[in-house]
Design a protein around this ligand. Structure first.
Ligand code: PLP
Length: 444
């Protein structure tokens, strides 16, 4: 263990981690194996993975069927290119399967290896779409404050959390951010998008992108009428609407795709994470028939955009099996049912303890806010680090969760594997109760 921690410090630059913290304290956990909703570390301590790791291990850990499919595909065809119209069966069948599951007008897929690549690809494809129609000036992307769209060049800029731009000094030009509907409400947010569009010039806007539910921003669920209004606004200005379904896709919200909760069809949809339950990297962008038709008609020569691993055969085979498991085991329905139980549990705790603010969940995507005064929603001073302390208390009790603390919020996020059962939900709730109660006691 000590040797591994030393090597980690010396050689491993961790993503989205504090380098100072790593050097001072070493790796927080060295995980050895996963089974179902549980992770076990090298010391043998077992944790409930209440975040599905990075909101992605939808079918749970240790599924042997996916391992077998990967082995079979690797032995048959580990890799071959999909450039220059070379193709192979796993990628073709996966594209067809995802098109069948997606909203009816989205039927063509561009594959990537993850969410950031998917969103960067969405922006390039949408700019291409406008360019081949003789409108290259339509190149700006509107997104929402507190939205998270990844860390590649363009997706970092679309992300509405300034900490991600500051890391390397700035964000790219051509990205503008409007108010999020969660705190501001539908009208203010829609007005703010309209103001941004008008200020930039409607003829310069290529697309609007948003997550159905803002995940990394703190599981911020929009009002029910919000996306219908977004759809109307995009139609009014002829702007392409991209739904970022990287977290919400493949069952997370109790629907196959998050946007189904509001019965709204986007023009493009990016996905990743749950498509393979994280067993292997894969992502993609779906485009509408309208966009695809324009590309078929007007795109000349080579489409100069492609990743070596676009449509990787092993990743595609794993994705097909993963989706089959989600469907066969009824995991979308289970997410819906268990999500209600999770929310019921949150509400119980809120009734019993007096530092709990808004609690919410759609399917198995939930949030539990901590506030100094639940009547006025007054936030705690950020130096009290209330949410990180609850996360630490949960950790001690064997539950891995994530805190969101931007702009002095104290939000605990939950996104357990979609296979979670009632008894396991009860355990999560019990441990959350005890953790919040322990922190409340320290604060008094
Ligand atoms: N979009 C959303 C909504 C996400 O939550 C994430 C990652 O958390 C991404 C995009 C980026 O995906 P990746 O980390 O696979 O690049």
């Amino acid at each position: 263990m000590e040797k591994l921690i030393e090597l980690d410090k010396k050689h491993f630059i961790h993503p989205t981690s504090s380098i100072k913290d790593q050097q001072a304290n070493g790796a927080k956990l060295i995980i050895e194996k996963g089974e179902g909703i549980y992770l076990t570390d090298k010391k043998g301590d077992v944790y409930i993975d209440a975040m599905s790791s990075l909101w992605n291990v939808n079918i749970g850990h240790g599924n042997k069927e996916l391992a077998e499919v990967a082995k079979e595909q690797m032995e048959k065809l580990a890799f071959s290119s999909t450039f220059s119209t070379f193709s192979h069966e796993p990628a073709i069948l996966l594209a067809k399967k995802i098109a069948d599951l997606a909203p009816s007008k989205l039927n063509a897929v561009f594959f990537t290896s993850g969410g950031s690549e998917s969103n960067d690809s969405a922006f390039k494809l949408v700019r291409h779409y406008w360019k081949i129609q003789g409108k290259p000036e339509r190149n700006k992307i509107v997104s929402l404050k507190r939205g998270y769209h990844g860390v590649a060049a363009a997706s970092t800029s679309a992300t509405g959390i300034p900490e991600f731009w500051d890391m390397a000094g700035h964000m790219e030009s051509g990205f503008v951010h409007a108010e999020t509907p969660y705190w501001e409400g539908t009208k203010t947010s829609i007005d703010s998008i309209r103001e941004v569009i008008e200020a930039e010039g409607p003829e310069t806007i290529a697309a609007f992108i948003a997550e159905p539910i803002q995940g990394a921003g703190g599981v911020l669920i929009p009002p029910n009428d919000y996306f219908k209004e977004v759809r109307k606004l995009c139609d009014e200005y002829g702007i392409v609407f991209i739904a970022d379904e990287v977290i919400t896709g493949f069952g997370r919200t109790g629907k196959m795709f998050g946007m189904e909760n509001w019965d709204v069809q986007p023009d493009m949809m990016s996905f990743a994470k749950g498509v393979t339950s994280g067993y292997i990297p894969l992502g993609g962008v779906l485009v509408s028939d309208k966009i695809h038709d324009v590309m078929k008609d007007k795109s000349m020569g080579t489409l100069f955009h492609g990743f070596t691993y676009s449509g990787h055969p092993v990743a595609a085979a794993v994705a097909l099996k993963n989706i089959e498991i989600i469907e066969k085991q009824g995991l979308v329905e289970n997410a819906c049912k268990m999500g209600e139980e999770l929310l019921k549990g949150f509400k119980q705790i809120k009734n019993e303890l007096n530092i709990v603010g808004n609690v919410r969940a759609v399917g198995l995507l939930g949030a539990f806010e901590l506030v100094a005064d639940p009547d006025t929603n007054k936030r705690f001073a950020s130096d009290l680090k209330v949410a990180p302390r609850v996360i630490a208390a949960l950790h001690e009790r064997g539950v891995i969760c994530r805190a969101v603390t931007y702009e002095s919020t104290d939000i605990i996020c939950f996104a357990p594997p979609l296979i979670i059962n009632q008894e396991q939900i009860n355990t999560v709730i019990e441990k959350l109760h005890d953790s919040v109660a322990a922190v409340q006691k320290e604060l008094n």
